[in-house]
Design a protein around this ligand. Structure first.
Ligand SMILES: [Zn+2]
Length: 61
């Protein structure tokens, strides 16, 4: 059997073991996975929101 590989959770930095059993890898937990996804989604929303706002202003002018 291969030695377990250690990985750092990209969200909280906690060092954990990468296993096929961990559905959240490379994150340490569901919580960290959700946290990272929410941060990414928020960023997308801000960019999209600003773009739409600019379009509306352009049309009015
Ligand atoms: Zn984590």
């Amino acid at each position: 059997m291969a030695k377990p590989m250690r990985v750092k959770c990209p969200s909280c930095g906690t060092e954990g073991i990468w296993t096929e059993d961990n559905p959240y890898r490379p994150f340490c937990s569901q919580r960290c996975k959700d946290k990272d996804f929410i941060a990414w989604a928020d960023e997308e929303q801000v960019i999209g929101g600003n773009s739409d706002y600019d379009d509306i202003l352009s049309e009015d002018l």
